[in-house]
Design a protein around this ligand. Structure first.
Ligand code: F6P
Length: 332
């Protein structure tokens, strides 16, 4: 019988618990022992673990966050840390380590494989969706939903005052969350890193649209969704740039960590459950240093290194739809 360990690492994401739940149940069926390391790789270094059994699965699928807690672990980046982790895994007689996290966590897992010859399986969990080799990552759908409902609320007050709002959405260096939140909330403009040429070009486009809209309809609300880490000096920088074009009375809203919380939506639960179950199926197989992902709703395995070496493009059709809709809304 196998001994499996699981941990959640990096930014938590809604659905991580659903994935842990699936792994617990699948392990129980296969008669594997499942151990959960707490606080990401820190728990692995501190030998801080709990045993996970069916008793832990009650009402777990709907819980946001992660019952195993998470962390970003500096010590895990150096050789000593990695060797200590490898020793601890050997001592605990672990056959397979499952890491639910993003690209930073996968890089760590991959480094660990240089010191430990057990099996390593990654499962993509991040609201950013910035992992190649899988159509979506656990938490991404819930985060879109949260950002969308928040922007809907911003729209109410923006309409009441006929104001311009800037809404900053998370995503690290990718625009998946920003684009999809903007499209689903009918935002008027979106700034994403994938298409960002320069602040000057973006400002020109924005100002042209705001002015066209005002010429046509007078004052109306205008919502600009901005992916984080794109605009020089963030929303303050953009507010200032707009002021230079005589556009003032602008309100900034940073959605922030709200986007990481909440009960996972169905799509995240389904993805998390499928990937968790599939990962346990691979325990004991030849597959190692791989991520299990989903493409066209089928589980796939890809080498861990591919997940960060390949850049993942935004969905073309969504980009086109956004372009058409943000340009056409006020042009008739
Ligand atoms: O990767 C998830 C994420 O929420 C990013 O969208 C964001 O840039 C980052 O984590 C924030 O990190 P922290 O929670 O450490 O502030």
């Amino acid at each position: 019988s196998k001994r499996v360990a699981i941990l959640t690492s990096g930014g938590d994401a809604p659905g991580m618990n659903a994935c842990i739940r699936a792994a617990i149940i699948a392990c129980q069926k296969a008669e594997y022992t499942l151990l959960g390391y707490q606080h990401g790789y820190n728990g692995l270094l501190q030998q801080e673990h709990v045993s996970l059994s069916l008793g832990s699965t009650h009402n777990l699928i709907q819980q946001g966050g992660t019952i195993l807690h998470s962390a970003r672990c500096k010590e895990f980046k150096n050789r000593e840390g990695l060797m200590k982790a490898a020793d601890n895994l050997k001592q605990a007689e672990i056959d397979t380590l499952i890491v639910i996290g993003g690209d930073g966590s996968f890089r760590g897992a991959s480094k660990l494989s240089e010191h430990w010859d057990g099996q390593i399986i990654g499962i993509p969990g991040t609201i950013d969706n910035d992992i190649a080799g899988t159509d979506a990552t656990i938490g991404y759908f819930t985060a879109i939903d949260t950002a969308m409902s928040s922007i809907d609320k911003v729209r109410d007050t923006a309409d009441a005052f006929e104001r311009i709002f800037l809404v900053e959405v998370m995503g690290r260096n990718a625009g998946f969350l920003a684009l999809n939140a903007a499209l689903s909330s009918a935002a008027d403009y979106v700034v994403v890193p994938e298409f960002f040429e320069s602040a000057e070009t973006e400002i020109q486009k924005m100002v042209t649209q705001i002015k066209a809209q005002r010429a046509l309809k007078g004052a109306v609300s205008f919502i600009i969704v901005v992916a984080e880490n794109v605009w020089p000096n963030g929303l303050a920088g953009l507010t200032e740039a707009l002021q230079q074009h005589d556009i003032s009375d602008v309100r900034p809203v940073t959605l922030g960590h709200v986007q990481r919380g909440g009960s996972p939506v169905a799509q995240d639960r389904l993805l998390a459950t499928t990937l968790g179950e599939h990962a346990i199926k691979l325990v004991g197989s030849e597959a190692t240093n791989i991520m299990v992902g989903e493409v066209n709703q089928h589980p796939v395995t890809v080498p861990l290194s591919r997940t960060w070496e390949t850049s993942k493009p935004l969905n073309d059709a969504r980009v086109e739809a956004m372009r058409t809709l943000m340009n056409e809304r006020y042009s008739e």
